[in-house]
Each structure stands twice: as structure tokens, then as C-alpha cells.
Design a protein. Sequence first.
Lengths: 236, 107
Amino acid sequence: MQSTLLEQLQADRAAKRPVVLATFLKTGEQRLLYLVGKQGLKDLDPRIGEAARAALLEDKPRTVETEQGPLFLNVFNPPLRLILVGAVHIAQALVPMARLTGYEVAVIDPRSAFGNAERFPGVALSNDWPDEAMAALKPDLRTAVVTLTHDPKVDDPALQAALKSDAFYIGALGSKKTHAARIERLTAAGFGPDDFARINGPVGLSIGAKSPAEIAISILAQMTQALRQQKSAQEA
Amino acid sequence: MSDIDVDPLNQAQTWRKSGKGVALATVVTTWGSAPRPVGSQLAVDEDGNFVGSVSGGCIEGAVVTEGLDAIQDGKPRLLDFGVSDAQAWEVGLACGGKIQIFVEKLA
């Protein structure tokens, strides 16, 4: 690899630009491929562009056969993100676990008694209302959103924003009864069964979790399942 | 920041900027129960220091050696490791998987 190419790749990663590093395995010749249209791909087989796009969307590197031999497409996607709504005890356990798993974590809680730097040192915190905070954070298909407050005033706007986004995982803390009431409110707000199927509620895999840390594990496990097995809330 | 957060590309860039010879190894293909997914990387400097991983520790030694060779001769190489490989006896994957690794010098 040329140092100049590595510098460009590092700049792309720093700017959170999804990029594919294409390497001809016979010669070591390399180039970077981006999602923007077909620019820069004119001299490449269109199949390569398509494969690079699929690799980015699925976050899965692959090798494609070309006239110049095998071409390896390595994927450099921006980090996974987790948006936690509710700076509660479970969040305190979930933040370090999610970071260890590779997520950039943001915590939203308009109640500064909960969402403050003493309880969440070094964490990106927002004390804005969730609708504003979510609009600023712009969840995408590499983002998980989990609501933890139990308070419809705080959770519902965040859930609505999450449902309007491509977030790959949406979880909402609360019992089955709480969840049923939530579905009623969302129905009144114009959401339907396809939306509800995206919400994991009660949140987390059923592993008998009791303590905040155990509940955090069950949530992170379910996020991992959604990410790696592409299971919807209904199948899980 | 703990050790497992050390990013091979960041480290490779840091080493290169300090004037060291550097090679990168990348998992390009896996069969069976390979321990690290395709795309996993390891960076090695001319002194044999390395960060990142391409297996569960079973073949890192051999990959580092190939990396040192690549730093010397500048040629990329494609390495196969697995149970059916002759090298497997020495540096094989205990888990029974097979992996292919691309090693290149950072020029």
C-alpha cells in the first residue's frame, strides 16, 4: 500500500465517509472506491462498483473475480453508533459495554439530574429534548436507538424519530403492558404494524437479566443479533 | 484506551511517519470456523512489533515473519493457512478453519 493511499483512507475514516479499499491480490495494486455514483469507476467493470456498494451496505468485505485476477474489497464503514435515550442506571452499564463492542455512544436526557458529566464522564451527552437531539444526531443504518426512561414524554419523540430513520435496531425498555400502551400512542400518532415490528419491546434478549448490567448485556446481545443476523423484532 | 482499541492502520501510519518499515496483513478469505472475520488486519513494523490480529493467535507468528520479508523485498504475498496446508502442522489453526491472508509493504 502506498502511504498516500493510506493517508487518504485515514482521512476518509476520520470524516466518517464509507469507503472500500480495492486490492488486486496478484499485483497488490490498490484504489479507494466511494458510494457516490459511478465516478472514478469508469475504467472498472461495473460489477466491481456494484460489489463494492453491496459490500458497504452489508458491511461485509468480499473478493470479486476480474480480468486482472481476484480483487479484494475491504470495507471501511463509519463506526456503529448507539443512541441511548435516558441517562439511567442501565445506561451507565451499557455505555462502556457498547464502546467495547465498537459503538460510538451518545446519551440523550433532558433531565440534567440524570444526564450529566458526573454520571457519564467522557460521554457525548445531550440535554435537549429527544426530537431535537435526534434531529441533530441523524440516526442512519449503522445506528441503534434504545429508549430507557419509561417516560412517554421523553421516550416517544425519540421512538418516532427512530422509526422515521434507517436505524438497524430500535429498543424500548418497559413491560409488555407498557409496550402495549406505547403501541396505542404510536398508532394514534399515525404509525402502523410495520413500524411496531421494528421496535424491540420489551427490550433485550430473554436471558432472565435482573441487574442493570445484566439488562445491558441482554440489550447489547439483541443489538448484535439484529446487526449480524438481520432479524426483525418479530422473528427474534 | 485499552490494548484492544489499538487500530492497526493508525499504528501503521504512526510507524511509517517515524521512518520505520511497515507491513500490513489482511484476512481476505475464510473457510470453516476461522477465528477472525474477512477484513481483519494486523500491522507489523521492521522490528517485529505488531498490533491487531488475523487469527486467534495461531498464525500471527508466521504472518509477522512474512510481513518482515515483505518489508525487505517490497513484494505483496498471498498466504494460505489451514488444516490441509503443509504449514498447518507447525502454525495451523487449531479450530480447523482455513484462511487466506494478503501481506503487503506500506511503501
